[in-house]
Each structure stands twice: as structure tokens, then as C-alpha cells.
Design a protein around this ligand. Structure first.
Ligand code: MSP
Length: 503
């Protein structure tokens, strides 16, 4: 059976992981963990993009061969993802043999089919971004619109992919599948881009200018353009049955979901699907394009010097608090501004709403019932619980993660109000109310059980701790929920889940 296959972008191995990479990866991880909870078999791919000019420049600056830098950086990314509790199944590196073989096979097939042709190119080129620009785009100053470095005028032989030929087919696909790219604002950006005639795509670079890449199989003097190389790593990572290195593995392509930032949407929603169409491969089922974390209204990036290191934040507040803030405070798809104040507000929400509910519930069961509830008890708030479960899944399926988290936290708020109204401390004083006190406590435990499931994709570590505290042997999946509730054992109080002394 094919797994639910989802991917992050394949990150440039030329720079350290920062908050932007962390956000994309945590978002994808949360969606992967959610899918596993629904009972799906999941394959989650991430990795490093190790060829091209940026890599070559970064290695030269460090005085090391590009492969050595790639090895060190791949290790660095894996370490960062371990620290941030990322549950990827496969880490692809574009310098792997299986991938080099797949790219070369694909290029040969496209060449034989006439999808690729040679031509002379003259025009503006940004060496750093490795891309061509029109005269209008570089303006009179001849500056790269992306990185603001000066561009060069070049004339050279190049190989082109007949991308323009697929424009109508792509437009039809988008119009027939209005939820193919989410959110809708990003879909509209792509449609805007496709309003202009779509040109062909240069897919090679002469080795005289750049030799760090995959050799074009039908012309030894060129390497493959780094974006074409990297995009196909999604197919390599799906265990595509490539004849040379990977003959009979089980294949997960097409991806069910590809998560990308808005800055790399054109490559994923235009270059990528047209390359797949020409290769005779199915398109990914969905693309989620998220926004940027901003600082003082500009994108956080290394060159702007305004980057927040997620790994430093994690040291102070813990991994789950970082994951929570990033997903809770950004509407999935829009931009958001990072501030320490907002971070603390979201941390306080964890401590005051969820943390408080946990400590009150467990202490009351310890105090009034010696840490144990009788097996089967009537519970209340069933409607609220069911509604939250339904809406949570609806929002997650629609990829509105921020809304899913919001309604889960609302259930914790309702449980706190329930405590306030039922006053278990008053019930405890009246022996005639013993059964009803059981009901109140059981209702609270039931809500905590549901919350461990709902919050576990975003806060796996804390929810594992909570599951143990309320006597569960493992994190319940959606299917398990009813079952584990009736077979639950004893409850333990423990330290605050979200201590406030580090604020
Ligand atoms: N190597 C290419 C992707 C090739 S995929 C076949 C690449 N790599 S990258 O290292 O630059 O990673 C970019 C990812 O990080 C994108 O998803 C991008 O949107 C994300 N972010 C980088 N800075 C960001 C913010 N400030 N905020 C949120 N995400 C941003 O592009």
C-alpha cells in the first residue's frame, strides 16, 4: 500500500538551519504526526540541497571541498531536527548516488523525447541566485531583484526545457483542482504568474562557470540546473523504481502534500508540475505554501542579520514551547511577526490554561480519590468533546493548523470553567455527592485524554509526559480514544508541565 507521502523543501546545505527552516519543518512534522494518529501509514521526507553556486561559494569561503561542507551541513540539519523532535522517515541528500542516477535518467528520457533542446542564450544572470532575469527585472542599475547583488550580461549555449508548451495544461489542472494550492491567496499568485506567456526553462549551466552539480548525460560540458536537480529529489525520496540504483522498491510518488514557503512557490507550482508532466509522472496532490516569519516587517534571513535561532529559544523554553509558538501564532499561509512578547504570551497560555488544568485535575484525583478513579463512570461535556474532535480533524485536514490548535485550547478553557462551576472541593465535603464527584473528575480526565491526542502532533514530548501521568501506556490515536478512557489506571501529580520560572 502507498503511504501518505509528505515533504518539506530540500534545504540548501550552504547555511545553518534558522527559524524559517524550522517553521517549515515543524509544520510538516505536525501534519505527519497528525496523519499517523488518524491511522495512516506515513512517509515524511526532508533533506539537503547540496549542489550549485551557493554551495560552491560557501565551501570556497570555508576553504573546503563542497562535498565536505555538504557532509558537515547534512549532519548539522539532522542534529537540529533531532533537537526539534522532527519525526522524518527519510533524509535525502542530492549528492546521493540514487538521486544522481535518477536525475540523469530523467534528463536522458526528456532529451530523447524532444522535451529538452539546445539554444544560445544571451541576457542577464545572477551568479549567486543562479538565475536569469529580464532587462525589465534588473532595471537600469542591473541589480538582482532577489539578492540585490549586481547581475552579469552573459551569452552562452544552454539546454532548455519546453516549459511553455505545458502552460495550458497546467492552467487547466489548477482550474479543475481549485484546492491544489492552499491557501487561496497563494493559488491566486500562481494564476497571476500564469497570466503572462510562460517561457521555456534553462535547465543546464556550462561547467566553465559552475562545475558543482550533476553532469548532463548528453553533454559532459554542462551540469544540471540546481532547482531541476533538487525538485526531482522528491521522486528519488519516494523510492522511485529507478533501474540503476533502486530496482524494485515500493514507490510513494505522487506526494500527498508538499509544504513550501511562499518564496519558492513558483518553482513548486510551475516548474515542478510541468517537468512532471513532461516526464509522464503524476503531480503532487496538494501544495501548501506558508508565509514568512518577519522581524520589524522584513523577512528574517541571514543576510538581514535579524535571524532568531530556534535552537537557542529551545534551550530556554523547551522544544515543545517553540513548536507551539510557531504554529499557534502564525495563521497557516500568512506572514507573522516574531516578538519575544508574543512568545511569552503563548507560553503563558500553555502554563495558565493547559498546565493549570493538568495540575488541578491530577491533584484533585490524588487528594480525593488517592490517585485512582473507579473503572466505568458517567461523564459530562460529551457534546463539547465530540465537537472539538470533529472540528480539530476538519481544520487539520484543511491544513488550518492554527485553528485546530485554537479549538483544542478552547476545550482546555472549557474544562477550567467546568472546574470553577462544579467546585469539586465543595462536592468532596459531602459524602452524598461522592458519585457526582467521580463524574466530574472522570470528565476532566476524559478531556485530558482527548487533549493529549490533539496536542501530541505539535507537542509530542509534553503530551507523552501527560499521557503517562494520567495512566495511559501510550499516546492514544483517534481510534483508541474511547477504549483507553475506560481502561485507564492510576494518576500521578508530578511537576508543572510548563513551569513559569523561565519566563
Ligand atoms: N533548496 C531550496 C528548496 C529546494 S526544494 C526542491 C531552498 N532552500 S532554503 O534552504 O532556502 O529553504 C527555504 C525554506 O525555508 C522555504 O520553505 C522558505 O520559505 C523557508 N524560509 C526561509 N526563511 C523564512 C522565514 N523568515 N519565514 C518562514 N519561512 C522562511 O529554497
Amino acid at each position: 500500500m502507498k503511504s501518505y507521502y509528505l515533504t518539506t523543501p530540500i534545504y540548501y546545505a550552504s547555511g545553518e538551519p534558522h527559524i524559517g527552516h524550522a517553521y517549515t519543518t515543524i509544520l510538516t512534522d505536525t501534519l505527519a504526526r497528525y496523519r499517523r494518529l488518524t491511522g495512516s501509514q506515513v512517509e515524511f521526507l526532508t533533506g539537503t540541497d547540496e549542489h550549485g553556486q551557493k554551495m560552491k561559494e560557501a565551501a570556497a569561503q570555508k576553504n573546503m571541498p563542497p562535498q565536505e561542507l555538504a557532509d558537515a551541513m547534512a549532519k548539522g540539519f539532522k542534529g537540529a531536527w533531532a533537537d526539534l523532535d522532527i519525526s522524518f522517515d527519510r533524509f535525502i541528500r542530492t549528492t546521493e548516488d540514487a538521486h544522481v542516477d535518477l536525475v540523469q535518467d530523467t534528463l536522458s528520457q526528456l532529451w530523447e523525447k524532444g522535451e529538452i533542446y539546445a539554444d544560445n542564450y544571451s541576457g542577464w544572470y545572477c551568479i549567486h541566485e543562479e538565475r536569469y532575469w529580464t532587462s525589465r527585472e534588473v532595471g537600469e542599475e542591473h541589480i538582482c531583484p532577489d539578492c540585490r547583488r549586481p547581475v552579469e550580461y552573459i551569452e552562452e549555449k544552454n539546454y532548455f526545457f519546453r516549459m511553455g508548451y505545458y502552460q495550458d495544461k497546467l492552467l487547466k489542472h489548477i482550474n479543475d483542482n481549485p484546492k491544489w494550492i492552499v491557501p487561496e491567496t497563494r493559488l491566486n499568485e500562481v494564476l497571476g504568474f500564469l497570466n503572462q506567456p510562460l517561457g521555456d526553462l534553462s535547465i543546464s549551466r556550462p561547467k566553465t562557470r559552475l562545475d558543482w552539480g550533476i553532469t548532463v548525460p548528453f553533454d559532459e560540458s554542462h551540469v544540471c540546473y540546481v532547482w531541476v536537480d533538487a525538485l526531482f529529489s522528491y521522486v528519488t525520496g519516494a523510492n522511485f523504481p529507478n533501474t540503476q540504483s533502486n530496482p524494485q522498491k515500493h514507490c510513494n510518488w505522487p506526494a500527498d502534500l508538499q509544504v513550501v514557503g511562499k518564496d519558492i512557490l513558483t518553482t513548486h507550482a510551475v516548474y515542478w508540475p510541468t517537468l512532471l508532466m513532461a516526464s509522464g509522472l503524476p503531480l503532487p496532490k496538494k501544495i501548501l505554501a506558508h508565509g514568512w516569519w518577519l522581524s520589524d516587517n522584513t523577512k528574517m534571513s541571514k543576510s538581514m542579520g535579524n535571524v532568531i535561532d530556534p535552537l537557542q529559544l529551545r534551550k530556554k523554553y523547551g522544544t515543545d514551547a517553540v513548536r507551539w509558538y510557531l504554529l499557534r501564532d502564525m495563521r497557516t499561509g500568512s506572514d507573522a511577526t516574531f516578538t519575544h512578547k508574543r512568545f511569552e504570551t503563548r507560553y503563558e497560555e500553555l502554563a495558565n490554561v493547559l498546565g493549570n488544568l493538568v495540575s488541578r485535575t491530577t491533584s484533585m484525583i490524588a487528594k480525593y480519590r488517592s490517585g485512582q478513579l473507579p473503572g466505568k463512570i458517567e461523564t459530562e461535556l460529551g457534546e463539547e468533546i465530540d465537537k472539538t474532535l470533529d472540528n480539530f480533524q476538519k481544520y487539520m485536514d484543511e491544513l488550518q493548523v492554527h485553528s485546530a490548535l485554537e479549538i483544542a485550547m478552547d476545550l482546555a478553557r472549557q474544562a477550567n470553567v467546568y472546574i470553577f462551576k462544579q467546585e469539586p472541593w465543595t462536592l468532596a465535603k459531602d459524602p452524598e455527592q461522592a458519585d457526582y464527584l467521580d463524574t466530574v473528575l472522570a470528565t476532566l480526565i476524559k478531556i485530558l485524554t482527548v487533549l493529549t491526542t490533539l496536542f501530541s502532533p505539535v507537542m509530542p514530548e509534553k503530551m507523552n509526559t501527560l499521557a503517562k501521568r494520567i495512566g495511559l501506556s501510550k499516546l492514544p490515536t483517534f481510534k483508541d480514544l474511547d477504549l483507553v478512557f475506560s481502561t485507564r489506571s492510576s494518576v500521578e501529580v508530578g511537576k508543572p508541565l510548563f513551569p513559569k520560572d523561565n519566563l
